[in-house]
Design a protein around this ligand. Structure first.
Ligand SMILES: *[C@@H]1O[C@H](CO)[C@@H](O)[C@H](O)[C@H]1NC(C)=O
Ligand SMILES: *[C@@H]1O[C@H](CO)[C@@H](O)[C@H](O)[C@H]1NC(C)=O
Ligand SMILES: *[C@@H]1O[C@H](CO)[C@@H](O)[C@H](O)[C@H]1NC(C)=O
Ligand SMILES: *[C@@H]1O[C@H](CO)[C@@H](O)[C@H](O)[C@H]1NC(C)=O
Ligand SMILES: *[C@@H]1O[C@H](CO)[C@@H](O)[C@H](O)[C@H]1NC(C)=O
Length: 450
């Protein structure tokens, strides 16, 4: 099994090296050669879709395994006074024609935001990685680490053949007046949440943002290192943004409440209680899952698969991939069945966020050391999503796919990489993204559709 994986990774390294060399040659002229379009190699596609081994962030693993063990690790910070929030004039990347179409909503309706290319934009980012301290976890703020390359902050996603409405915090808040946006999922969902909070506050201290976690039952349980979610309200517009942690998007309950060692029943065909309880209060819902469908996570959490209320032990569900597929189809179909009751509700399923471990896994020396943006290509032209499971699940439903897989796949340099402050030396995080960074783009694409 290992040998097989290593062989595949080995091939991946070769492939990526070749691509890297080729791209370095043309990197100086990339802006002039917009045709540089490399489709996702199937080998790499395999890597990003196979999730039976997955990066386990140390912080998360510990929190999940021992929710009761309070741990207060204050990470050593290094301030970098050399950060300048440079905002020179935006290069005129938006053509006149596109500008004219800015208010053509027909355009946006048919737009496939997953198609497009990355372009340089020195006006970015939306917030400083030194700021946003109230919402941004230190472990994801790469500006606080020893990392010295930040080119990854200066790229904007440009959808093909359509104008994506530019993200503006005031516009977002106005549109979401008296409304609630909820993100639900795993740590990548939490990254998107933190990114959104930073984008909406510009990373600055804002007194008019109130913690309303209690309204959603998100207060931190006694002895728990962190709450199961967060909710904040922008008082100026009465807009609520919340994140609820549900790594597998299904209902989890203790098998035997009186015996914590008995494990957790994971009901693949039941939506999380939180969703059933609060769906009526939501106006926008963004779901995601993906990186917790692996044996390591299942073992660590003592999860036992259940379908129809009974333990599922047959071989069919033995593979994580099919358990994940069943769950995604279940939750999408349940939420879809609720839509007639809530006509104003907009639901998105965010496709899987790609991993970029090369030469191993997170625990076997895998790394992602590239610092040159778009070494694997800068453009996506495929109409089809590379996350077939999610795409298949939402097909024919009222739930939209927030398809960020392929475009994020082009951004291997945007991961935390070896600058992870919570992991041991030598352990790279090629799963989570630096913030500011790629998840900001996911939110821009989300904004364009709400
Ligand atoms: C991951 O899953 C695939 C398909 O189920 C299998 O072929 C492969 O050996 C697995 N790898 C590991 C390391 O478990
Ligand atoms: C865009 O808006 C202007 C007025 O603001 C209007 O005159 C024009 O027809 C609109 N164009 C489209 C394509 O909707
Ligand atoms: C909006 O854009 C579409 C596609 O480019 C075009 O067919 C349509 O005529 C445009 N509508 C307006 C009002 O300009
Ligand atoms: C805020 O919005 C909620 C709906 O999300 C509404 O019920 C409530 O009355 C609003 N509060 C104020 C002060 O307008
Ligand atoms: C996922 O589940 C759906 C619905 O049960 C099924 O139609 C589809 O073939 C499954 N896909 C995979 C890859 O197992």
């Amino acid at each position: 099994m290992k040998a097989e994986t290593n062989r595949l990774r080995g091939k991946g390294v070769c492939l990526i090296s070749v691509v890297l060399i080729c791209t370095i040659i043309s990197i100086w002229s990339w802006e002039k050669t917009p045709a540089l379009n490399i489709s996702v190699p199937s080998q790499t596609k395999m890597q990003l879709l196979s999730e039976n081994i997955s990066f386990v962030s140390h912080e998360e693993a510990k929190t999940e395994a021992k929710r009761n063990e309070k741990k207060d690790k204050t990470a050593k910070q290094e301030h970098r006074p050399d950060f300048v929030d440079d905002s020179p004039q935006r290069s005129s990347l938006i053509s006149q024609k596109e500008d004219n179409n800015r208010n053509n909503t027909t355009d946006n309706k048919v737009c496939n935001y997953a198609k497009g290319k990355w372009v340089l934009d020195n006006r970015r980012s939306f917030y400083s990685g030194f700021g946003c301290k109230r919402y941004l976890s230190k472990m994801w703020a790469c500006r606080l680490t020893k990392r010295t390359d930040f080119a990854y902050e200066k790229l904007r996603w440009q959808p093909k053949d359509c104008q994506m409405e530019e993200f503006e915090r005031s516009k977002f808040l106005r549109r979401m007046q008296h409304k609630t946006l909820a993100l639900m999922g795993d740590s990548l969902g939490r990254q998107q949440f933190q990114s959104l909070m930073c984008m909406l506050t510009s990373g600055k201290k804002a007194d008019d943002v109130k913690d309303v976690g209690k309204e959603y039952g998100l207060a931190r349980a006694k002895g728990s290192p962190r709450p199961i979610g967060w909710a904040y309200r922008f008082l100026s517009t009465n807009t609520t943004i919340l994140f609820y942690w549900s790594a597998n998007l299904c209902d989890v309950e203790p098998i035997d409440g009186s015996n914590p060692r008995s494990g957790q029943a994971m009901h693949l065909d039941r939506p999380p209680v939180f969703l059933r309880q609060y769906l009526h209060k939501l106006d926008v819902l963004v779901l995601n899952t993906g990186h917790h469908w692996n044996r390591v996570k299942f073992k660590a959490n003592r999860w036992v698969l259940h379908v129809g209320g009974v333990p599922k032990t047959d071989k069919k569900l033995a593979t994580m991939e099919s358990a994940k597929n069943l769950t995604i189809h279940s939750i999408v179909s349940w939420v879809n069945s609720q839509l007639p009751k809530y006509p104003g509700l907009k639901v998105f399923f965010r496709s899987i966020s790609p991993r970029h471990f090369v030469g191993g896994e997170w625990n076997t020396g895998g790394s992602c050391d590239n610092t040159t943006p778009m070494s694997v290509g800068k453009e996506i032209l495929s109409e089809e999503s590379t996350d077939q499971v999610a795409a298949h699940a939402v097909k024919g439903t009222g739930i939209k796919l927030l398809d960020i897989t392929a475009l994020s796949h082009l951004r291997d340099e945007g991961h935390i990489s070896r600058f992870s402050i919570s992991a041991k030396p030598g352990v790279h995080d090629c799963l989570h993204w630096c913030l500011p960074g790629i998840p900001d783009t996911w939110n821009e694409i989300l904004f364009a559709q709400i």
